[in-house]
Design a binder for this molecule. Structure first.
Ligand SMILES: Cc1ncc(COP(=O)(O)O)c(C=O)c1O
Length: 367
């Protein structure tokens, strides 16, 4: 029997256990502790950002970003229709309305040419998502933001280490947010980080993250805040992961290249294109199973892979087809990509033999 290949598996064989053990032995298991500060400093340095504020997850980092910029009732925020649901939900949490824009056929990221038609007086921000590790065309986003005086919050939850125009994603707009969920490029179990170069934003986010408590007056709360703190235990894992991020990214690149070369010999596969200005990272290797030429559908392929012990996952549903955001507006590109897209196993501990086995099963199934 072939071994089971999971879609994503954290790689925790560095100093993770040592650092977590230290937290337990010393009792520093909550959100006060040296690893939180270290993780914030080291991750923001890795991203070439001035400030990093660790949060309980990527969703809470995004929520704090919006709150901190004063986005709320009556406001609108531009969001891609094709993303993980959290990107839209955080806008809804604030009382503002997510306004959806279709994605591009080639990179699957927000179609920047379709943004301006959605901007009205109430629009306050653009929330682009660097999907699957591929940076959004940020020059166009910044140009539109400047023209209409909008904030830019980058959802970089899937793209640690990716660059656009030589700049790390997350540092191009006003705020960048990352997730460290178990399947992400680096993980803290659950966890997130908000990065920014703006001192005022950083100071306000720190207060909001901690119940709105004044920095210099314990238990005085000048505003309503949240408990969105990261624990020292999580941060200890994060510090250990960060020690190996270059190695992890390199391994991901090798996985990406091997999939590309083996899959390029098969008909019926459509690849994600890359923006010329971007240096993408391979968060989760993803392709489209061309419904016009493949022998079986994406959904059938997922079943066939599962039967032979290979995990995979379908793309996100376009947000407008799900009950909380149901709308009759059409987003043809996202609707088509969503039906055909599949993410393949992408853990750093995959061997070339595993990848060959996955590709040969795909070939046997779709050709
Ligand atoms: C694009 C995107 N945005 C936001 C999130 C939310 O991150 P978290 O799961 O850490 O809350 C994720 C994570 O899965 C994501 O992929």
């Amino acid at each position: 029997m072939n071994k089971f290949i999971p879609i994503a598996e954290p790689c925790l064989n560095g100093n993770e256990l040592k650092y977590v053990t230290e937290c337990i032995k010393t009792g520093w298991i909550s959100s006060t502790g040296s690893y939180v500060i270290r993780f914030e400093e080291e991750f923001s340095k890795f991203c070439q950002a001035t400030y990093g504020i660790a949060c309980s997850n990527g969703t809470t980092a995004l929520h704090l970003a919006l709150i901190c910029l004063g986005i709320g009732n009556e406001d609108e925020v531009i969001v891609p229709i094709f993303t993980f649901i959290a990107t839209a939900n955080v806008v809804t949490y604030t009382g503002a309305k997510p306004i959806f824009v279709d994605c591009r056929k080639d990179t699957w990221n927000i179609d920047t040419e379709k943004i301006e038609e959605k901007i009205i007086e109430k629009t306050k921000a653009i929330l682009p998502v660097h999907l699957y590790g591929e940076p959004v065309d940020m020059d166009s986003i910044l140009k539109i933001a400047k023209k209409y005086n909008l904030y830019v919050i980058e959802d970089a939850c899937e793209s640690h280490g990716a660059k656009y125009n030589g700049k790390m994603v997350g540092t191009i707009g006003n705020i960048g947010c990352f997730s460290f969920y178990g399947n992400k490029i680096i993980t803290t179990g659950e966890g997130g980080m908000l990065i920014t170069n703006d001192e005022k934003i950083a100071e306000k986010v720190k207060v909001l993250r901690d119940h709105g408590m004044a920095k210099d007056k314990k238990y005085f709360h000048p505003m309503i805040g949240y408990n969105y703190r990261m624990t020292n235990l999580q941060a200890a894992v994060g510090v250990a992961q960060l020690e190996r991020i270059d190695e992890i990214l390199q391994k991901k690149k090798e996985i990406n290249n091997l999939y590309n070369s083996l899959l390029s010999e098969i008909d019926g596969i459509i690849f994600q294109s890359h923006n010329k200005k971007s240096e993408s990272v391979c968060w989760m290797y993803s392709v489209l199973i061309d419904e016009k030429t493949a022998k079986i559908s994406r959904d059938e392929l997922i079943i066939r892979l599962k039967e032979s012990g290979i995990d995979s996952r379908p793309f996100f549903y376009p947000i407008h087809i799900m009950p909380p955001y149901k709308s009759s507006e059409r987003f043809p590109v996202a609707e088509s990509i969503s039906k055909q897209g599949i993410s393949l196993p992408s853990s750093v501990n995959l061997t070339p033999k595993d990848i060959e086995r996955i590709v040969s099963k795909i070939k046997e199934s779709i050709c």
